[in-house]
Write a protein that binds this ligand. Structure first.
Ligand SMILES: N[C@@H](CCC(=O)N[C@@H](CS)C(=O)NCC(=O)O)C(=O)O
Length: 250
């Protein structure tokens, strides 16, 4: 198979799809794109939408982590990404939908809010990426790009604080799915690959890691994506973190 995956370095749904391709044993070339610039670049190579992950596979173009999961399952059924039992599959699909629609965005907003305060940690999130310009230079001159990304992701103070307040409830849901066996079973499934990168990305924030790493969700992320790129030193206001600190399960 001829596969090329378009990503933004450290993008959590992009990492999700890389893991699914690995799971299926499909070799692929990775094309790294810079945020914002990615939108035009994807259109230029013929994708209808403007977000990553975007996959060209044997001439077909598929975009969106959930759509790509299904296309990979169709193209190469083994090893599976979805259970064959209908009830189990429904649970995995609900967890996967939650991962895409509810879990992905709050951490995106917190991250871009953090980069607005200090963009120097961006270098660590681009480790190993081939962006076509030296990373240090891209970050030094990246003020407008960070401002635009923060705007696209609606990472205002108010929304970022609201995102932090959502985390305990989101993590409780992930822990519950781990406890009932929907996630983190012997065979990893599409929902594991969807959800673990979002938790892994959360754990790159020094502010968030201590409240997550000892939870079942933290163990899932360590198993599925042990070397998540990036590290953001403490940047979030202490009062935003109160709900999460209070919810910590040890
Ligand atoms: N829910 C979509 C997420 C797509 C998405 O929003 N991707 C972000 C990166 S995580 C993106 O392409 N952003 C454009 C940009 O940052 O310029 C999926 O799972 O595929």
């Amino acid at each position: 198979m001829d596969a090329r995956l378009y990503v933004i370095p450290a993008s959590h749904p992009s990492i999700a799809v890389s893991l699914m391709l690995d799971h299926k044993g499909i070799p692929f070339k990775r094309k790294d794109l810079m945020p914002v610039v990615s939108k035009g670049a994807l259109r230029a190579v013929g994708f209808p939408g403007n977000t990553v992950p975007a996959l060209k596979i044997d001439g077909d173009k598929v975009q969106g982590s959930r759509q790509i999961a299904r296309e990979l399952e169709r193209l190469r059924p083994e090893p599976p990404l979805f259970p064959t039992d209908a009830d189990q599959r429904a649970k995995v699909e609900e967890a996967e939908r939650f991962g895409d629609e509810e879990l992905q965005h709050p951490i995106r907003q917190l991250l871009w809010w953090g980069f607005k305060q200090d963009r120097s940690p961006l270098v660590s999130y681009s480790e190993g990426a081939k962006l076509g310009v030296p990373i240090g230079l891209a970050v030094k001159t990246g003020g407008p790009l960070v401002a635009l990304s923060a705007r696209f992701n609606e990472a205002s103070d108010e929304n970022a604080q609201a995102a932090a307040a959502k985390l305990p409830g989101l993590l409780d849901k992930v822990d519950a799915w781990i406890e009932d066996g929907t996630l983190n079973g012997e065979q990893l499934n599409a929902a594991d690959f969807q959800i673990a990168p979002s938790i892994g990305l959360m754990m790159t924030l020094d502010d968030l890691r201590p409240a997550i790493e000892n939870r079942p969700a933290g163990a899932l992320a360590r198993r599925v994506v042990p070397n998540y790129p990036g590290r953001m030193p403490a940047v979030l206001p202490a009062e935003w973190l109160d709900p999460l600190a209070g919810s910590q399960r040890l």
